[in-house]
Design a protein around this ligand. Structure first.
Ligand SMILES: C[S@@+](CC[C@H](N)C(=O)[O-])C[C@H]1O[C@@H](n2cnc3c(N)ncnc32)[C@H](O)[C@@H]1O
Length: 246
């Protein structure tokens, strides 16, 4: 079983095209995050703890946020540098954030990155690490797929996305709280089709568990919104947008 880092190292050169073909709209997404940050964070210094190729961060930077893009995958960060985050990228893991003290007004994590944390103890450690680098009154904004979404959408999913010189096949299978997400990427290089395959495991956490772990890490208040909206979460929520206040 490959780890999360090698999965993203491998697909990094194709990541942006893969997620766009799957429907990600980073312009809309960064506007949503901007709104949540302006409404809830005490200032504009932000750490993205799983920044990937920096698509959201570069938009937030343009909107006047003082954003730093951290990720465990160098090839993903290389794309972030190419996109304009140079000087603001940080190699590091959210299990051991390489900053000390209360350095940030907000931390963010997007696109289900925290579902790749497979144990509650691991998730608690991430929450503790984030808590430590936030100023008093700081906020942690992150999204996670809900157990409901793994049940009704991901389980049994087979889907093919096709673009210019790129074909992506997704397959997902649920095994209790863990969903295995297999991806095959076919790309054309020098007139020849090549293939990269990988598998990610993602864990579903109930809102109750997430809430409990955030409080154990020290956060004082937790709000859950339906992702990309402002309505409060309910049992049909597909993706949680959490706002945790220090
Ligand atoms: C689904 S991608 C999301 C990237 C970006 N946030 C976005 O919205 O496009 C998940 C990212 O989390 C990163 N990641 C996984 N484990 C990590 C860890 N322990 N510490 C920091 N980043 C990690 C991966 O390298 C990958 O770039």
């Amino acid at each position: 079983m490959e780890d999360v880092k090698s999965f993203f190292d491998k697909i990094a050169p194709f990541y942006d095209r893969i997620v766009r073909m799957a429907g990600a709209d980073y312009v809309l997404w960064s506007r949503y995050l901007k709104l949540l940050l302006l409404q809830n964070a005490p200032g504009r210094k932000v750490l993205d703890i799983s920044a990937g190729t920096g698509s959201l961060d570069v938009n937030l930077l343009r909107e006047g946020f003082d954003v730093y893009a951290m990720d465990v995958s160098f090839p993903m960060l290389k794309q972030a540098v190419a996109r304009g985050m140079g000087g603001r990228v940080v190699a590091g893991s959210f299990f051991s954030i390489p900053f000390s003290g209360k350095s940030f007004d907000a931390a963010i994590s997007t696109f289900d990155s925290l579902n790749t944390v497979l144990s509650s103890e691991g998730l608690l450690e991430v929450f503790r690490q984030v808590y430590d680098v936030l100023v008093d009154g700081g906020v942690f904004l992150f999204d996670m797929n809900s157990p409901h979404s793994y049940r009704v959408y991901w389980d049994g999913l087979e889907r093919v996305d096709e673009g210019e010189g790129l074909v992506v096949i997704w397959r997902a299978r649920r095994e209790g709280a863990i969903t295995r997400l297999a991806i095959d990427v076919f790309y054309r290089e020098g007139g020849v089709w090549k293939r990269i395959s990988g598998e990610l495991r993602e864990r579903a956490y109930t809102l109750r568990v997430i809430n409990g772990l955030l409080h154990r890490a020290g956060f004082s208040r937790v709000v859950c919104l339906n992702h990309m909206g402002l309505a409060l979460c309910n049992r049909n929520t597909m993706r949680y947008q959490i706002i945790a206040f220090k």
